[in-house]
Design a protein around this ligand. Sequence first.
Ligand SMILES: [Zn+2]
Length: 325
Amino acid sequence: MIGLTGRRARTTTALTVTALAASLALTACGGSSSAKGADGKLNVVASFYPMEFLAQQIGRDHVSVTDLTAPRVEPHDLELTAKQVAAVQKADAIVYLKGLQPTVDQAVDQSSAKARIDATAASPLVDHHLDEGAGGGDAHQDKGPAGDPHIWLDPARYAAIAKSVGDGFAKADPAHAEDYRKNTDELVTRLTALDQEFQAGLKDARTRTFVTSHAAFGYLADHYGLTQVAINGVDPESEPTPARLAEVQKAAKDNGVTTVFFETLVSPKLADTVAKDLGLKTAVLDPLEGVADPSKDDYLTVMKQNLANLRAALGAPSTTATPAS
Ligand SMILES: [Zn+2]
């Protein structure tokens, strides 16, 4: 039996941000420079890290990118400040993932940005049920009606989203369309190489089942022929029932699972407790909903670390090891 308390002190963040918004409102008359006019750059708002990374990589020097989700903040159900809503309304281009953050979706609906780039238009969401391999569980359901939002964790889907960002920027800022296309091609090439590393690296794994605390890896599992057994729901704030935990335990035993994965933005307490109960190790599988230190890590480096951790947990032979880069 596992008891969990709230996964993060979200109210603290909300209060701080509200106070900040209030103080900004008081000083709003003092020389704030308008984003596009001042520096001539395309003013882009990204909803959370994976969208920010695409915007930066494709826009480079031609864009000024604001991320609505701060580093180390978990993006599910983000609340926007008044200042952020205004930023969305003023943006030239918005890159977001419809269905992940309802308040962002609402702000985007009211924006007249030249490009409103929805990742799910390039890569439609599907439902991932949590009881794969465990049979018949009705303990959990996806929270949102739209389906599992974690499409960025499949590099092939992420490449498709990258292309739609390139197209959107080219439309919003035709003067630099050629650069956006070139940058998009370069990024897609790197994502395709990453996809091939995953394919090769996971091909001969001893088991294809992995256990994770947060059900973020359904698309990755689908793409590489793996089975995700998630302790928690797609929404990381949900809590598992005893019935769900029993299913996870059975799936782990039946499939020779060695490791319980937890993620970086959430307390490892749940995964630790489950791992201890089952006599398993723990390791990190990062859902890339944020990057703790963007000066050190990005989507590509974190995904390569995810691959290394998956290979170790699944017992992939070292002869197919991918070169460190
Ligand atoms: Zn998530």
